[in-house]
Design a protein around this ligand. Sequence first.
Ligand code: SAH
Ligand code: SF4
Length: 357
Amino acid sequence: MADRPSLIGRFTPELEQIVVELGHKPFRGRQLAKWIYEKAAKSFDEMPDLPKALRDQLAEQYVVSPLYLSQHKTSSDQVEKLLVHNGDEQVYECVLLPYKDRVSCCISSQVGCPMGCTFCATGMGGFDRNLTAGEITAQYLWLQGLTPRRISHVVFMGMGEPLLNLNEVVTALKILHEEVGLSYRHLTVSTVGLVPQIRELATHQLPIHLALSLHSPHDDVRSRLMPVNNKWDVAETWAAMKDYHKATGRKVTIEYLLINELNDTADQAQSLAKLIQGTPCVVNLIPFNWVDTGNGFQRPSRERVRAFRALLESHGVNVTERVERGHDIAAACGQLAGQHQGRFARRNPSSQLTVIP
Ligand code: SAH
Ligand code: SF4
């Protein structure tokens, strides 16, 4: 770990207080916040309009970012993946996704994940720890530093289950909105379906986008894929999502991973259409990204995906399909595992760490 605390993760009033305690005017704190959150500065040296004395004082006691870079990979389709850590052994990943019309990024909320979904590389590697709001926000800022274009959209679909780390995730969402200046509507949290936390998130009244990883409307299939279904079944989980929609007015998304001849059948398309009837929502189809789960799961053919989609649409369901990118660097959905040494090992691969001052 860095020997000094980091500034990312603190709101402007706290930064003002820090500079005042160092004997400077409060507006210096606002300047500092601008450098950190709007210009993605990684060191105090990049802040020339702050007095040198203040920069030196800050550098003695703090670092800007808690992150260290371990690996940086670029895919053939311009997706960039960073493997980062905090000076210890535990690594986690974040991904930059440039599109023609916008730039998005995918960030992690935990190192690993304890939910144990049977199709997911992160889940197979087990769980290390929750990330702090600063560590979550710092992933966005690091990625922003890689591109001259503005990253306008953030999805919490990297490593981890965001709602198991609700307080830090909510603080990170507030920082991304209030300090970085992103629209809440462009921030998406994806959950495995933790019912009490979905209800708690609704009480925060943030107009963010909530996505539920449903993956099957049938309890027997869903339980095979996601152990969480043994605790909260499809009916309870969908009831919580409907209440979330009622409480926030936000349309919800269903993430639907498609695995060949397992959850891509006509009867499940029909049950899904029936389940969600009457609630404004979008179903986002994600063909399985191959991960060696030992379960023999396969990606369905284009024809099967098309047939599943057509059946949903024939019932009036709004359907989108995930454009998967970054396969050649294992940056697609479900493939983030901090893979470098062993298959799902998450140990820090680099002895020559790039240290962010
Ligand atoms: N824990 C949260 C968010 C991180 S996972 C959740 O489960 O929703 C982000 C998305 O990737 C989820 O919809 C998850 O089901 C999906 N996913 C996991 N493994 C996958 C794989 N091998 N192929 C395609 N999508 C996968
Ligand atoms: Fe965790 Fe989401 Fe992977 Fe399930 S799919 S193991 S909840 S990261």
